[in-house]
Write a protein that binds this ligand. Structure first.
Ligand SMILES: [Zn+2]
Length: 250
């Protein structure tokens, strides 16, 4: 099901409104560039687009605005490593490289950075566990979505059939033209020439194949490249990063 997230100011973000209504204990969103063009709300700790002190301040703002005590992030490598996070000291925690985070602890916010790639948000309302996963085509092909579901199953006993999954703001199927190697890696019919691919549609199908119920999968209509969503786009020339964040209210 296609949905359009709603805009909030603190932090500047797009949030998935149906989840907001259904799960009052949940904190979820995807940050945007915010209202200050001269100082965009860049959370890219590894992309060197903004002064490091600005980026760290932005993480602090994200933590404060969401009311969480601990924020967990990692340098991402387009792989399928997903880490489970227990409670820890307050503040920003950068863990070892990985492309996904799972937690069941209230007060812990986990986040993945993107700028065209897909932020995947996962909620298990029964076990009160959440995940944020980062999926570009390489991560999708290496199975980061399936690994995220496995880690939830192993760590808290999440049943994929009870999972709610949202594919957040990312480059759309019209804007994302790729070569044959991408179609091959994603096991899609390979076109003769470079052609557009809808990565979120591919991921939605992979989620169904992994046991997630179709009617519990939602897909954002926002595109990072086209439209006026206020998102950073790597293909659009941005080096800054937004963050897809999720957590259980402190
Ligand atoms: Zn687009």
């Amino acid at each position: 099901m296609k949905v359009r997230e709603v805009s909030i100011d603190a932090p500047p973000a797009l949030v998935h409104a149906p989840w907001r209504a259904a799960f009052p204990w949940l904190i979820q969103g995807c940050t945007t560039r915010g209202p200050e063009p001269e100082r965009p709300f860049d959370l890219g700790l590894f992309s060197d687009a903004s002064p490091a002190r600005h980026v760290l301040e932005h993480w602090q703002r994200l933590r404060a605005a969401t009311g969480q005590t601990r924020v967990v992030h990692a340098q991402q490598v387009h792989g399928a490593n997903v880490r489970f996070h227990l409670p820890g000291p307050p503040g920003l925690h950068i863990c070892e490289t990985c492309d996904g985070h799972v937690t069941a602890e209230a007060g812990v916010l986990v986040g993945v950075s993107t700028a065209d790639c897909v932020p995947i948000f996962v909620v298990d309302p029964k076990k009160r566990a959440v995940a944020a996963l980062h999926a570009g085509w390489r991560g999708a092909a290496s199975g980061v979505l399936e690994r995220g579901l496995e880690v939830m199953q192993e760590s808290v006993g999440s049943d994929p059939a009870r999972i709610h999954l949202h594919l957040g703001p990312a480059i759309c199927g019209d804007c994302y033209e790729v070569g044959s190697e991408v179609f091959e890696a994603l096991e899609q019919p390979v076109p003769a020439n470079p052609a557009p691919i809808d990565l979120r549609a591919v991921l939605a199908q992979r989620a169904v194949d992994a046991g997630v119920a179709q009617d519990q999968i939602t897909v954002s209509e926002h595109c990072t490249r086209c439209g006026e969503s206020g998102l950073f786009s790597h293909r659009g020339g941005d080096r800054e990063r937004q963050v897809g964040y999720i957590g259980i209210r402190a």
